[in-house]
Design a protein around this ligand. Structure first.
Ligand code: MLT
Length: 417
């Protein structure tokens, strides 16, 4: 067969497996090193008891003939969809219909799969740095050229997220914006930890409405927002239902990185333009795609996800989030003491720091990666792995045990004394 040529444009390995490969090689060469991993944002706390009990109960149901279940509804069981609707939307005065919620096996898959709905030559805008899945999935689909020397893909519109704009780029100027079909926004942001204010998000919604652009709003980290005045859902902004889909995940909110469950909201009002200029419904398209290619998240997993919304589940997962946010506070404080410029980590489990200056020049992201691994046995994520504008930055994740976070801070203090 003839292979999809667009895969050749991608770097050889996806960012996190590549980091894992380097760390394994280092650990094999230095077996005595106690490596602390603050690289991939992977939760470390065990599942909350309310979730475990619900999953055990679901397994027991599947073990008995009278309560056994086979295929479930592709969009998700009512018990989970209704809980999502009530707690994540209606409780905040937002009206999302049950059939607008599509339960899935996580936001990574949803964000990668969604681009199947876009025209082959759709123009995609991404913030830079950015969660790599948005870019790579569009590269695979052939919407870009081969990357230039800086790693930028011709055909993509890059919106630099810099210290100057608080890592929340505004919508592009009207002239530049012409012809952008889709923009991916993530708030709280992976990797920078920045969070959009209501005014910033309102500006994006107004811009998208004016330019018939779809916003893919990734809210996978909304549970980490500490300030109630910050928007958790894009639907808090009037008019967003006509221009935005929203991704949510149980991964970081409830420790489901390995369990796998998330959902996407696709409002019925969303319209796109078909090949003949006619209006098409994105809800109908996504429904067709989802029911064709997905058979539903597993029953046991959905019972576990629904338990997140019980009183015990909310209290227990809330305590886990508070635990990780305290880790973030400790990391931020330790990094600041060690002389780093530190961003994020206040409404997100990620800390974004500027690489230090050594011998009169700023270290590259990968140089800091190597230095930290070698001198402190610490693993982080090089900012350049998230896009060219991430060069000179580095991401640390707050997902780890308290002992490891405190030890990491102590090591940073010694290396950068
Ligand atoms: C990350 O470290 O950026 C995340 O764990 C990636 C993901 O959620 O897929």
């Amino acid at each position: 067969m003839r292979a999809n040529p667009h895969f050749q444009k991608l770097p050889a390995g996806y960012l996190f497996p590549e980091i894992g490969r380097r760390v394994r090689a280092y650990a094999a060469a230095h077996p005595a090193a106690k490596v602390i991993r603050l690289g991939i944002g992977d939760v470390t706390e065990p599942l909350a008891p309310a979730i475990v009990a619900a999953m055990h109960g679901a397994v027991d149901e599947l073990a008995r003939r009278e309560t056994f279940r086979g295929y479930g509804p592709e969009q998700g069981y009512d018990f989970l969809v209704d809980a999502i609707r009530a707690h994540d939307y209606q409780a905040h005065g937002l009206d999302v219909a049950a059939d607008e919620i599509f339960v899935s096996d996580g936001s990574k898959c949803d964000s990668g799969n969604l681009q199947e709905l876009f025209a082959a030559d759709a123009v995609i805008a991404v913030t830079d740095p950015v969660y790599p899945v948005y870019v790579d999935s569009n590269v695979m689909a052939g919407r870009t050229g081969a990357p230039d020397a800086d790693g930028r893909y011709p055909g993509l519109v890059y919106l630099p997220a810099t210290a100057a704009n608080g890592f929340c780029p505004p919508p592009p100027e009207v002239m530049d914006a012409h012809g952008i079909d889709v923009v991916y926004l993530c708030s709280p942001n992976n990797p920078t930890g920045a969070v959009m204010t209501r005014d910033q998000l309102a500006a994006w919604v107004a811009w998208a409405r004016a330019h018939q652009t779809l916003i893919v709003f990734d809210a996978a980290y909304e549970a980490y927002i500490q300030d109630p005045s910050l928007p958790r859902s894009i639907y808090e902004l009037p008019g967003a239902r006509e221009v935005a889909v929203e991704l949510r995940s149980f991964s970081k909110r409830a420790g489901f990185t390995g369990v796998r469950c998330g959902f996407m909201v696709v409002p019925r009002e969303l319209r796109a333009t078909g090949a003949g200029g006619e209006e098409v419904s994105l809800h109908a398209m996504w429904s067709r795609r989802h029911t064709t290619k997905f058979t539903g998240a597993s029953y046991v997993v959905q019972r576990g996800a629904a338990a997140v919304y019980t009183a015990d589940g909310l209290a227990q997962t809330g305590a886990q989030i508070a635990f990780y946010m305290e880790n973030a506070r400790i990391l931020r404080a330790g990094l600041a003491r060690a002389g780093f410029s530190v961003y994020g980590g206040e409404h997100a489990p990620y800390i974004w720091l500027e690489t230090p200056i050594r011998d009169g020049r700023r270290l590259t992201s990968w140089e800091l990666f190597d230095l930290l691994l070698d001198k402190a046995h610490l693993v982080g994520t090089p900012g350049s792995g998230f896009g060219p504008a991430g060069e000179g930055y580095f991401r640390l994740s707050a997902f780890n045990s308290r002992d490891n976070v405190e030890e990491a801070v102590a090591r940073l203090g010694r290396v950068f004394a």
